[in-house]
Design a binder for this molecule. Sequence first.
Ligand code: PDD
Length: 294
Amino acid sequence: MTELSADPACAWCDGRLVAFAEARVPLEDRGLQFGESLYEVIAVARGEPFRLSDHVERMRSGAGEIGLAEGVPSLSEWGAIVAELHRHQPHASAILYAQVTGGTAPRSHVPQPPPRPLFFAYLRRFAFPSADAAARGIAAVTFAEQRWQRRDLKTVMLLPAVLARKEALARGAEEAIFVGQDGFVNEGAASNVFAVLGRAVTTLPAGQRNLAGISGRVVEEICRKAGIPFSVRPLTVSDLRKADELFVASTTALVMPVVRLDDVPVGGGSPGRVTLLLAQSFRDMLWGPAGPPS
Ligand code: PDD
């Protein structure tokens, strides 16, 4: 077994707990060779996976579409896996990374018989953005959409997202926002996009253009509880530029204000009141008023 200080120390791989350093995916794994694979990233705060059933449901429904449903554990199995991983690594703040792949077979686009899917998951310590980070916000750049047409499936075909983020970083920004050829905004490289117009929060419809983000669903719930108007409609880049506030939401960014878009300040150039309220409420849901441990 790996030293206890290693992080991750262990992984759940193909039905059993193994030392992380010894966990292996075969060279002919279909996720590796064909991108036939789905993943989830789940916040684990104080030992509890946040919105686990939503993440499991999203993976299950995507896996059903690409023929990998039998590889996705049941919700109670996921709960037991997270608990087991957390027992070995009791991080106060972590992310669970989970992936199902098409399994292993001699390389062929459609092997017969189809191999048994592979599922693996591990927990990694993770520092979620603090109140200070949210108070600073981030810069984002717009980027021409280059991904396939099924963005509702959370596949590991992430090369366009990686390239877009690299370009964003090179331009001093932290997120790239994909824009379709039709001029409508899609989503961030790894987040959903929200504009605040007046006091109303607006986001783009989820579907084949955009992943149905679970953090976005939480944002909607917070808005409804707080009496903040919430709407869903297509948005153009010019809508984003005119917005009073702009933010992205994801499991790892939570609610993160975007204070510059393509080098132009958004709103007043600092995080807006509605966004900061949403960011605070989101952190409270995960860790309570004390906030995430640093
Ligand atoms: N990605 N859209 C895309 C393309 C994403 O990759 C993500 C998250 C989201 C937001 O989904 P959620 O709120 O369920 O995290 C939207 C994860 C965090 C990642 O790839 O690391």
